[in-house]
Design a binder for this molecule. Structure first.
Ligand SMILES: [Zn+2]
Length: 297
């Protein structure tokens, strides 16, 4: 969403990292619009987390996963419906069982086409990866939580409720202490607020804070963020602290009836001073807009 032309959002099978036995991450190498992708194995099945953006990236991911699975059954899930996470699912049809939470399936059906249009406007490199995208329909949909048995390993899929999107989902691997958060957590950058009124206002800063408190309660050993470097539980605390500060600084100014543009400028300065090394400064303004709308009148 930045002003400059984004680099080619291409998934590369490089620096693949084993986080635990039979559990690897294809890291995003800090490339924008490339997600961290997980491949989690059990004795009879393998779960892929995220597709990458568009059919060509998804073919890369499927190729890696099929080789990794070596004959084991494939499942696919995505953390939420945004294009770089889910807009390659069509490639897995007939090869993997596509399983997501109901709210995410509804997001995909209701807003997938509009996001496809919006992302095509982000520049030629992004549009190229989106060529040929068809919005996929999940094979299996669950409501709140789903325990997926991969054989000797049960992976827990959990719908968190509305936060970064309406249909966010986290995937935890309890025997390995690993949690995939999708865009509920980013490492080394400001939280992504897809606040695009009037088209999409589903992101909720206040609910996001509650979700982060609950996720911290699960005490994961390893946290795989949507984008950025894999880390420990501190990543969860960092996001919660940032969101709480963003809320407090925004609401304090809202209480004193400061205009929204002034709030944006002042809060932005505070946040950059707090996290000068973080990327994605354009998301601060979106976060302020969201939290202004959530200010208790
Ligand atoms: Zn997202």
């Amino acid at each position: 969403m930045s002003e400059h032309v984004l680099p080619e959002p291409v998934v590369r099978i490089e620096e693949v990292r084993e986080l635990a036995r039979d559990l690897v991450v294809i890291p995003n190498r800090r490339v924008q619009l490339v997600p961290n992708i997980g491949v989690i194995g059990g004795t009879h099945s393998v779960l892929v987390v995220e597709t990458g953006m568009g059919p060509r990236n998804a073919e890369t991911v499927l190729g890696f996963a099929a080789e990794y699975a070596a004959g084991r059954r494939l499942y696919l899930t995505t953390t939420h419906f945004h294009p770089e996470h889910a807009f390659g699912a069509q490639v897995f049809a007939g090869q993997a069982t596509f399983l997501v939470n109901r709210a995410q399936a509804e997001d995909l059906a209701a807003k997938g086409a509009a996001y496809l249009d919006m992302f095509r406007g982000l520049g030629e490199p992004v549009a190229r990866q989106l060529e040929g995208v068809e919005i996929a329909t999940p094979d299996v949909v669950y409501d709140d939580a789903y325990d997926l048995d991969l054989g000797g390993r049960v992976v827990r899929l959990l719908a968190t409720g509305r936060a970064h999107s309406r249909g966010d989902q986290v995937i935890t691997v309890p025997d390995a202490g690993v949690m995939f958060t999708g865009d509920l957590v980013e490492a080394g950058q400001f939280a992504i607020f897809p606040w695009f009124p009037p088209h999409d206002t589903d992101v909720s800063g206040t609910r996001w804070i509650s979700v982060m408190r609950r996720l911290a309660g699960a005490s994961p050993r390893v946290v795989v963020p949507g984008h950025g470097d894999v880390g420990g539980p501190q990543l969860l605390a960092d996001v919660r602290d940032y969101l709480e500060l963003l809320r407090d600084e925004t609401w304090a100014r809202r209480d004193s009836a400061v205009g929204e543009q002034t709030i944006v400028e002042e809060v932005r300065a505070v946040m950059i001073e707090r996290h000068p090394e973080w990327a994605g400064r354009e998301w601060i303004e979106k976060g302020v807009g969201c939290l202004c709308a959530e200010h208790p009148a």
